[in-house]
Design a protein around this ligand. Sequence first.
Ligand SMILES: Nc1ncnc2c1ncn2[C@@H]1O[C@H](COP(=O)(O)OP(=O)(O)O)[C@@H](O)[C@H]1O
Ligand SMILES: [Mg+2]
Length: 234
Amino acid sequence: MLHVEGLTAGYGAGAVLNDLSLTVEDGDRVAILGRNGVGKTTLLRALVGEVKAQRGQIRLDGVDVTREPAHRRARRGIAYVPQGRDIFPGLSVLDNLRVAVYGTGAKDVAELVEGVMDEFPVLREKAKLPGAGLSGGQQQILALARALVMRPRLLLLDEPSEGIQPSIVDQIAEHVRRVNEERGITVVIVEQNLEFAGRVAERAVLVDKGQVVRELATDTLLTDRDLQHEYLGV
Ligand SMILES: Nc1ncnc2c1ncn2[C@@H]1O[C@H](COP(=O)(O)OP(=O)(O)O)[C@@H](O)[C@H]1O
Ligand SMILES: [Mg+2]
């Protein structure tokens, strides 16, 4: 469903991604892994349209979206949960969800919001609290809920386990697997937490020096200390 070919992108003059190619099939669960600063976040931002491609092509279901603005790609079904989450701290949990639904242009706002609060009961409990009043883990759940309420086909998550208590990390891993299996949502996560990546993703894509250098089963990577050392620096 997602084909990236020869993607070069970055900030200003220097390219962070350098002729990067990657294919993600419909229904995949993929983890993008690599040392700090290799360009994982930049890759996700290029996919959603926040970072401009200098060269190369991004195709979604065969359609070239390389030059499309972010909101158009979102309408095509790409949802993105940025590193550090993207909730509105001053808006209530309920309004955070409503704003996400408005963005899709959907008519049945109340119904969609109810549905996502059934899916994540903690959000119903905290519906009236401002986003900033949630714990880090609850904010991550809210960010995930905001992405899912858009009914994406492709879900991009940047370090969802970062700085979150273990019980919520478990919930998120479980939930992401479930939406993949039950709703067929294709999942691409960026992670530093290898164990978490292994629980969510079947396939690992290793990035180094702005390129994909290796693709393998996450199970294989989890048992290969040499590879972990070489590409992840752990
Ligand atoms: N907004 C930005 N402006 C300029 N340079 C940036 C910006 N964001 C990231 N970079 C640089 O791009 C490189 C890749 O960063 P990033 O994609 O965040 O890596 P990762 O997510 O793999 O840790 C780093 O050298 C980083 O300093
Ligand atoms: Mg990053």
